[in-house]
Design a protein around this ligand. Structure first.
Ligand code: ADP
Ligand code: CA
Length: 421
């Protein structure tokens, strides 16, 4: 039998991409990478990667079609937010199932997503956006506090700040502007860095939803509770635990809201990652994206009797292989994104063995590299690593993650004494 061929689109060359590529290879699938990084190099990963520009999805899809003419693809799969429009254009050109171009575009900026949902009559927090050149007094006149200010196209809560009054808003605006104008972000090829979105702060518990769309029908794979308070002013994530401990009727409302939001945005096929806040028992959509959960969090989910990971499940779905309909295991499971306690030069993590020995802990992966500079939120966007747990009950999973994390010692390079000649 001829092996299937997958085009994996990703801006990042890191561990998440590797994790999906490994899952594909376990399925006996040939993987071709498409990336917009390292454009100076013809072959960024020594892997025959295709150099693409995700900010010009039509041209990128044309390049993909050229390649596919010689050697066809069975699926085009996007990781992260940036390649989603390219995946949609490519799917249309190649006649593969995927999301409509319009739907991918609707999710490509947070402002557009709010506009489309609001126009469809979907409840979204009050919002507006403004550019840096707009006078602050004008902005202030439109704001209701507390509010959240955020970039239009970044992810992982990078640059997302809560403000409760005018002084906090002014400080947040300065801080986000400095971030968006920093060389690293400016070079990241994200769009719309000259403005921000302001929206009403929604109080209440937060959940993440992992789903899979098949020709317009949503199957919810998991609802994750986020048991640590996310009150701001910054929104670094920590613990995800599934199944959710929210009342069944609230979970039903979340599923329903996810399905309706996906429909309103036009999303039709492939993975879906969504986030909601539950205010007074009612779900408010924070965002919906046509991609799987980020980082190594996919490893927190297992499906079927063989315990296949989310990576394998969604790739089976994309490639139309058997087994994509497996149910999530009965056990509770979760992941902790290891927070960045402060910005500095990361040197390593102590106590991993002890943490790993904590009952319920199934794995710890440190993904930050020793000697690398790391940034705390809101400027930061990369966790130090991931702790995974599994137990009978969600509360045991949460406890195991907290216990294991408490045993870790995060080591930073010691500062030089200040003021020495
Ligand atoms: P990103 O795509 O960077 O993750 P989000 O819009 O999802 O950006 O915001 C990141 C986090 O900030 C959310 O998970 C949530 O905790 C918080 N947040 C964002 N918008 C709001 C809001 N309107 N009300 C309350 N919290 C919010
Ligand atoms: Ca988010």
């Amino acid at each position: 039998m001829l092996s299937k061929r997958l085009l994996l689109l990703s801006s990042k060359l890191g561990y998440q991409t590797r994790s999906f590529a490994e899952a594909a290879r376990r399925l006996g699938v040939e993987v071709v990478f498409g990336t917009d990084r390292c454009r100076r190099l013809e072959d960024p990963w020594g892997d025959g990667a295709l150099a693409l520009r995700f900010d010009d999805p039509e041209a990128a899809a044309e390049a993909i079609e050229d390649l596919a003419r010689r050697s066809p693809f069975d699926a085009v799969f996007a990781l992260g937010d940036q390649p989603a429009p390219t995946a949609a254009y490519a799917a249309r050109r190649l006649g593969l199932p995927g999301n409509p171009i319009e739907a991918a575009r609707n999710c490509s900026t947070k402002l557009r997503q709010r506009e489309v949902l609001a126009a469809a009559g979907f409840p979204v927090p009050e919002f507006f956006s403004f550019r840096w050149d707009e006078p602050f007094e004008k902005v202030l006149a439109r704001v209701k506090f507390p509010c959240v200010i955020k970039p239009l196209t970044l992810s992982a809560s990078q640059g997302v700040i809560r403000a409760d009054n005018a002084a906090e808003l002014a400080a947040a605006v300065r801080r986000i502007r400095a971030l968006l104008e920093s060389p690293a972000v400016a070079a990241s090829r994200h769009g719309e860095l000259d403005r921000v979105l302001v929206e009403r702060y929604i109080s209440g518990a937060e959940v993440a939803v992992e789903g899979l769309l098949t020709r317009g029908r949503l199957r919810v794979l998991a609802i994750f509770d986020k048991p640590d308070p996310l009150d701001g002013p910054y929104f670094e994530e920590t613990i995800y635990v599934t199944p959710s401990r929210l009342p069944q009727e609230v979970q039903a409302a979340i599923r329903d809201s996810a399905a309706r939001a996906a429909r309103a945005l036009g999303l039709a096929h492939g993975p879906l990652h969504a986030e909601f806040r539950i205010e007074n028992g009612r779900p408010w959509v924070l965002e919906l994206q046509p991609r799987p959960i980020g980082g190594l969090c996919a490893r927190a989910l297992r499906f079927g009797s063989r315990g296949i990971g989310l990576e394998e499940l969604v790739l089976r779905h994309a490639l139309d292989l058997a087994g994509a309909d497996e149910e999530r295991e009965a056990a509770a499971s979760g992941v902790m994104m290891i927070p960045v306690p402060r910005s500095g030069i990361f040197e390593g993590v102590e106590g991993i063995e002890a943490a790993q020995a904590t009952p319920g802990i199934t794995g710890i992966e440190i993904t930050a590299r020793p000697h690398d500079p790391v940034l705390a939120w809101p400027e930061g966007s990369s966790y130090l690593g991931f702790i995974f747990a599994r137990a009978e009950e969600p509360l045991q999973v949460e406890k195991a993650l907290r216990e294991a994390h408490a045993k870790l010692g995060i080591v930073f390079r010691s500062e030089l004494p200040i003021g020495r000649a």
